[in-house]
Ligand binder design. Structure first.
Ligand code: NCD
Ligand code: ZN
Length: 351
């Protein structure tokens, strides 16, 4: 018997949609499958004002295939020196801006405009706490003296802890959580949530470098140890409401993932849901899948789950799936999760 589960249409609480021809090439993967998408603001020119968020949202909507059933991009502003409290509050009041994203400068792709200390932005956090605007955090230390696999833990301890204590009412999401330390940290505060990616749930750091180096698995925060992966899996499959799906789908042309300036980021909008379903199925916890993909995040950000449904089926036969996409000018992007995707079909429930 094939394994089947019906879930509310999922939300993606962390996604990079890019702009230009990359936006055109990737948007359909997200818009045809997900309902809400928390859109990251790290374009080459950061999205730091409400007007920029409006322009970017229009670009996304214009690029969205018309047959997308029920897709809504939710816009974020980049926490940078250009961010102004009055503008943020206007954007939030007018339901243009959903949240603010903090990047430590230098931690990841297009993070040059980020901060060197979270405390520098206390005046912004004050207003966010007062007006119920969530803060989304890339929690990774940029201190080169700290081992890269310890940088999430270091950031949480050295930076985010003080922010949580100083702004105890502010809703904070620790993005793309990658370690047991991260799970413990999130569980210690009621106001905290965490997005978890398909790749951090399904791969470990050995997979990235064994049997050979896989640039396709290079992302930030780096995929961590097998113990960390297992903690993430047991946490999300337990139904813990603080943890929800954020794919961190981050497309880069394959060529950009090699060389001195190799880009961090995994494109998983295409098969992220299949990867996650495979994890829950193999843990015999498929009944907990809807909480993770469609309910916990919605509740955290103040939404009801979608009334539309998707039917996911683990097939007995292997299905052939695409391995790459191509942008209009011919740039190739690798699709993450082809192995898992070859076992699943996902369809909208129509009756
Ligand atoms: C993201 C990107 O490429 O924009 N890369 C990544 O490795 N996750 C940025 C980010 O979220 O860190
Ligand atoms: Zn990201």
């Amino acid at each position: 018997m094939a394994l089947t589960i019906t879930i509310p249409r999922p939300d993606d609480w962390h996604v990079h949609l890019r702009d230009g021809e990359m936006l055109d090439a990737v948007i359909g993967y997200t818009s045809l499958r997900f309902r809400y998408a928390m859109v990251m603001p790290n374009l080459t020119t950061p999205i730091a004002t409400t007007d920029q968020a409006v322009t970017y949202r229009n670009l996304i909507n214009d690029a969205t295939p018309p047959e997308s059933p029920d897709f809504h991009p939710l816009m974020t502003l980049y926490c940078t020196d250009q961010l102004e409290v009055q503008d943020l509050l206007r954007g939030h009041k007018e339901e243009i801006v959903e949240a603010v994203k903090y990047y430590p400068a230098g931690a990841t792709t297009n993070s040059q405009s980020g901060g060197s200390s979270m405390m520098d932005y206390s005046h912004i956090f004050e207003s966010m706490q007062e007006h119920g605007i969530p803060l989304l955090v890339h929690a990774e230390s940029t201190n080169p003296n700290i081992d890269i696999y310890d940088r999430e833990a270091a950031f949480l301890e050295q930076e985010l802890q003080d922010i949580c204590n100083n702004f105890p009412e502010m809703k904070i999401t620790v993005e793309h959580i990658s370690t047991s330390a991260g799970v413990d940290f999130v569980n210690a505060y009621e106001t905290l949530g965490a997005s978890v990616t398909p790749h951090h749930l399904s791969r470990n750091r050995s997979d990235m470098i064994s049997p050979a180096f896989h640039a396709d698995l290079f992302c930030k925060p780096v995929i961590n140890s097998e113990n960390d992966r297992q903690t993430l899996v047991s946490t999300v499959t337990s139904g813990n409401p603080s943890f929800f799906l954020g794919t961190d789908s981050a497309p880069h042309p394959t060529k950009a993932k090699y060389g001195k300036e190799a880009k961090a980021g995994i494109f998983n909008a295409a098969y992220g849901l299949e990867v996650v379903a495979e994890i829950f199925a193999s843990e015999d916890k498929i009944d907990q899948l809807p909480a993770f993909t469609s309910e916990n995040g919605a509740a955290f950000y103040g939404y009801e789950p979608s009334e539309e449904q998707l039917v996911l089926t683990r097939e007995q036969v292997e299905i052939e799936v695409a391995t790459h996409l191509s942008t209009q000018s011919g740039k190739e992007v690798v699709l993450f999760g082809t192995e898992e995707a070859s076992h699943w079909t996902i369809k909208a429930k129509t009756d």
